[in-house]
Design a protein around this ligand. Structure first.
Ligand code: FE
Ligand code: FE
Ligand code: ZN
Length: 282
């Protein structure tokens, strides 16, 4: 069994129930949501989320909460040492996102590690570590934060497995840190996705394969190592359908939740077609 879906919206009037309906409309058995707009931190009360109705629908269609992923908003930057109040805002917001993730019943909250804004990698990493410790030390839930591998655009941290390992190294509750591997991002960061077994070996040596819980399946509009982060539709970019299908069906990643974040085409979500395409190729 593979668990493959896409990011889906969460909006009025049906909120989480609507997210599950959208998931089903793509023929998916997994999904990723933002608890509000990805680009801002306004959040409405979860009382209107229709969580119970959504869960009933999930039971009917055998979708497990294990494969519902939450993504934190992009605005959180725990590495912002230029404006420490921004990092602190991120800490507070991340605490509330963890609570929302727990209330929903999901297990993983994906987080971009942050950008050091030209202040240096080590400075940025220690700020992230401090933020993560503040968040996790005060949280008694079992929700894990899945740090995402980044393309290395600007001063993004997390462009290599080593950088992510450096973060984990400083965290007190290391069991609660997992990894979300984004295929477009690692390709843009310079990893050779066409030789994925080698990438996985390196991942295993640096981070441990058991930490890998989510894969973002995206093609890339740019060549390997470009540090751009522009997602392409499946088979329309520099990674290609064959390599992406091999990752989706990889025997070592069967339990890992796979999520498409490819761009809409002429205002229409490509997910039904792309999910079908990836599922049926082996
Ligand atoms: Fe992301
Ligand atoms: Fe991603
Ligand atoms: Zn991206």
């Amino acid at each position: 069994m593979i668990y493959l879906g896409s990011h889906v919206s969460l909006k009025a009037p049906d909120y989480f129930l609507g997210s599950i309906k959208e998931t089903l409309s793509y023929g998916a058995n997994a999904c990723m949501i933002y608890t509000g707009a990805p680009s801002n931190t306004r959040r409405i009360s979860m009382d209107s989320f229709k969580i119970e109705e959504a869960k009933q629908l999930m039971v009917q269609h055998a979708i497990s909460m294990d494969h519902v992923i939450v993504h934190a908003p992009y605005l959180i930057n725990l590495a912002n040492v230029v404006k420490p109040q921004t990092a602190q805002f991120g800490v507070e917001f991340l605490k509330s996102e963890l609570e929302r993730t727990a209330l929903l019943g999901a297990s993983y909250l994906v987080l971009h590690p942050g950008s050091h804004l030209k202040q240096g990698l080590e400075t940025g990493i220690s700020s992230i570590v401090k933020g993560l410790n503040e968040v996790l030390d005060s949280d008694a839930s079992s929700v894990c934060i899945a740090l995402e591998t980044m393309a290395g655009k600007g001063s993004e941290i997390g462009r290599s497995f080593e950088e992510l390992a450096m973060i984990i190294d400083g965290v007190h509750k290391q069991d609660r840190i997992k990894i979300c591997l984004d295929t477009c991002h690692i390709h843009d960061a310079g990893y050779d996705v066409s030789n994925f077994d080698r990438v996985l070996d390196e991942f295993d040596r640096t981070l441990g394969l058991e930490r890998l819980k989510v894969v973002h399946v995206n093609d890339s509009k740019n060549p390997k190592g470009s540090h751009k982060d522009r997602h392409a539709n499946i088979g329309q970019g520099y990674i290609g359908l064959e390599s992406l299908a091999r990752i989706v069906h990889h025997p070592k990643l069967l339990d890992v939740t796979k999520i498409l974040e490819t761009p809409y085409i002429d205002g229409v979500a490509p997910y039904k077609r792309e999910i079908e395409l990836l599922r049926n190729i082996k």
